[in-house]
Design a protein around this ligand. Structure first.
Ligand code: PRP
Length: 211
């Protein structure tokens, strides 16, 4: 059964509001995506496995813990790149496996253009990063590749989602846990999320003028 978590935190609401604003500059947009990714990752890593670790502080021995799982971070290019750095800030030993997918403008179907996922030795948990979950085509294509690699636990972390995308991922990957900052109203005829935030990739990389 897919678990969908809409992270309900005042800072998430505030940063998302500014992220959506059309006058937000690419520099501000990148920073806001980082902040939101960090807040979402805190929630998504609640289930991360840890093991005991004893350390010595200047005043004595203390029982603590350390991450006990191999974590794979899978950003979907391009926009997912904007979420990698904050994840590595929190999970510094994570492996980063890039997946290149773009959505064909006429069909809205995902087209894969980069993947170097290995055939063996899958990570214990894969965190798929993409700020936008629209039709769900890109996310399900990514999850197919990750599952084919042998990864058994997957999480999808997106800033905003459309109900259609949530439904598609839920249908294809009922075991995948989804974390989002908001589920928007709908997709428009061009399959853009409404009200959304525009094209995250273009806003992160300042390429809006070329589209
Ligand atoms: C956007 C977005 C997702 C995808 C979502 O990427 O970042 O990857 O579309 O749409 P879907 O759920 O309908 O598949 P885009 O194709 O614009 O590529 P980009 O990140 O390189 O701009």
């Amino acid at each position: 059964m897919t678990q969908v978590t809409v992270v309900d935190h005042p800072l998430v609401h505030c940063h998302l509001t500014t992220l959506r604003e059309s006058t937000t500059t690419p520099a501000e947009f990148r920073q806001l995506v980082r902040r939101l990714a960090m807040l979402l990752i805190c929630e998504a890593t609640q289930t991360l496995g840890v093991e005991p670790r004893q350390v010595r502080s200047p005043l004595g021995v203390v029982e603590g813990c350390q991450v006990a799982e191999r974590v794979g971070v899978v950003p979907i290019l391009r926009a997912g790149l904007g979420m990698v750095e904050p994840v590595l800030e929190l999970v510094p030993d994570a492996e980063v496996w890039h997946l290149g997918l773009y959505r064909d403008e006429t069909t809205a179907q995902p087209v894969e253009y980069y993947s170097k996922l290995p055939d063996a030795s899958p990570v214990d948990v894969a965190l798929v990063l993409d700020p936008m979950l629209a039709t769900g085509g890109s996310a399900t294509a990514a999850l197919k590749s990750i599952t084919a690699w042998g990864v058994r636990r997957t999480q999808l972390i997106s800033v905003i989602a459309a109900p259609e995308g949530i439904e598609e991922v839920t249908r294809c990957f009922p075991e995948t846990a989804i974390y989002v900052a908001a589920i928007d109203r709908e997709l428009n005829q061009q399959k853009f999320i409404v009200p959304g935030l525009g094209d995250a990739g273009d806003r992160i990389f300042n390429t809006s003028s070329a589209s």
